[in-house]
Design a protein around this ligand. Structure first.
Ligand SMILES: Cc1cc2nc3c(=O)[nH]c(=O)nc-3n(C[C@H](O)[C@H](O)[C@H](O)COP(=O)(O)O)c2cc1C
Length: 434
């Protein structure tokens, strides 16, 4: 029995629930769509979402209703909804579960969003490796089309929405909203300069909303149970609702846990995820995916809401919580993440393209015990020359593991370098004697 009421994971926890249209309808599915289509004006649905306080679950935490409101009101022509199912952030695996186990919950959210913003076309951009998820979504779309929820004249209300699945090729950068749009247009996934923002110049240069899968899955519940109900969950007024946190690493029960925002990391790690796997003490955790700065055991009582995690010097990000036990080589862990960012840098901005290469080389040298004390200054200098100097937030992401581990575990870097220097002295000794 979960400690907190489940919203997004509720259906799939029911024994025998398959995620079929039949099961979803039996659980109350598509009631939200029936409640609003042709009955509540689109602006009314946007109003509900604004009132609920829902903020994006993709990483940046932008208020969802506000984002929809940025679309030009008097625009005549196509508008698009792009559903971000790229799930590219390391340590994050919630969208995948939501897609595979309850696809209609997402589709209903997509239909509500399209209705609210006046879009007749939605694209689900899904990570190429999620072969099963793409297949399940295709099946669910076909079921919903047959039932009259997708297509033309939805529920006899004269509304048209078509939903298409687009499989990406597995690039981290394609999770970034403008690179996603480029990729959808058939181009190489590179981020665009902002402004202009997708709200005015998005897919095919048309007004576009990009929303994360989990963000969209919340919509049917907000409509059926009311925005006031949603706004009362979590840490109102700025962090409302629940979030599905992906707990991985050195815990007894890794997995996805849905909790109201505002519970502490201690509760998430020690109660929901069963605590440390070998009863060693906690050394570090990443609170919101690989691009979030590492935190320490001193942060265990920080609340899992946008403001509290930011105040602790990190971010809630994608909701991927990676736990590391005592004994973990923290410099090596930062290097592992840096290797990922180096591999995934799209190459558009030189600070990121060149800087990631220098960062990874310097980190490799330190871990291989060939580092020099001045490497620590070089790392900081490189990070400062990347941060804030790139087209997208990839730059901030890639420096986070290094800057935060240098802040909290500098002594581990120093020890590795001192060992390197000692080994070099021993090697040099015969030459010095001559
Ligand atoms: C490098 C990078 C990767 C990203 N990857 C994802 C991703 O995989 N999924 C996602 O939903 N958002 C991702 N984002 C955030 C998106 O750009 C965007 O903010 C989000 O999809 C908006 O949806 P939301 O408002 O519902 O959160 C990424 C951002 C950056 C900078």
């Amino acid at each position: 029995m979960p400690k907190h009421e489940l919203i997004l994971l509720k259906n799939m926890m029911e024994p025998g629930y398959t995620g079929s249209l039949h099961d979803y309808e039996r659980a109350g599915g598509y009631q939200a769509l029936r409640k609003v289509v042709g009955k509540v004006p689109p602006a009314g649905v946007t109003g509900m979402v604004m009132k609920s306080g829902l903020r994006g679950r993709g990483g940046a935490g932008f208020p969802t209703g506000l984002k929809w409101n940025f679309l030009p009101k008097d625009y005549i022509g196509p508008k698009y909804l792009c559903c971000n199912a790229d799930e590219s952030e390391p340590g994050t695996f919630k969208d995948r579960q939501l897609i595979e186990r309850d696809p209609h919950q997402i589709l209903e959210g997509i239909l509500l969003a399209c209705y609210a913003i006046g879009s007749e076309t939605a694209y689900i951009y899904i990570r190429g490796e999620f072969v099963l998820g793409a297949k399940i979504l295709e099946q669910a779309i076909a079921e919903a089309r047959t039932a009259g929820y997708i297509g033309s004249n939805i529920l006899g209300a004269g509304i048209t929405v078509n939903v298409w699945v687009h499989r990406g090729a597995g690039a981290y950068i394609c999770g970034e909203e403008t690179a996603l749009l480029e990729s959808l247009e058939g181009k190489r996934g590179l981020p665009r300069f902002k402004p202009p923002f997708p709200a005015t110049n998005g897919l095919y240069n048309k007004p576009t909303v990009v929303n994360n899968i989990e963000t969209l899955a919340n919509l049917p519940h907000i409509v059926v149970r009311g925005p006031e109900w949603f706004a009362s969950i979590g840490s109102p007024p700025k962090s409302t609702g629940t979030r599905v946190f992906c707990v991985s690493g050195h815990v007894k029960q890794p997995g996805n846990y849905e909790v109201p925002m505002g519970v502490t990391f201690r509760e998430l790690i020690y109660e929901h995820a069963g605590g440390m796997r070998s009863d060693k003490s906690l050394k570090a955790f990443i609170p919101g995916g690989a691009s979030a700065p590492f935190l320490t055991p001193n942060h265990l009582d920080v609340k899992l809401d946008f403001e509290s995690v930011a105040a602790a010097g990190s971010m809630l990000g994608s909701g991927g919580v990676t736990v590391m036990e005592e004994g973990t080589d923290i410099v090596w862990a930062a290097l592992r993440l840096m290797e990922f960012f180096y591999h995934e840098s799209c190459g558009k901005c030189s600070p990121c393209r060149e800087g990631s290469s220098w960062l990874v080389q310097t980190m490799r040298r330190i871990v291989a015990k060939r580092g020099r004390m001045e490497d620590l200054e070089t790392l900081v200098d490189l990070c400062k020359n990347i941060e804030g100097r790139t087209v997208c937030a990839f730059g901030e992401a890639e420096v986070a593991p290094i800057m935060s581990t240098l802040k909290h575990w500098r002594s581990e870097y120093v020890t590795l370098i001192q060992e390197a220097e000692a080994a070099n002295l021993i090697k040099l000794e015969p030459a010095v004697r001559h």
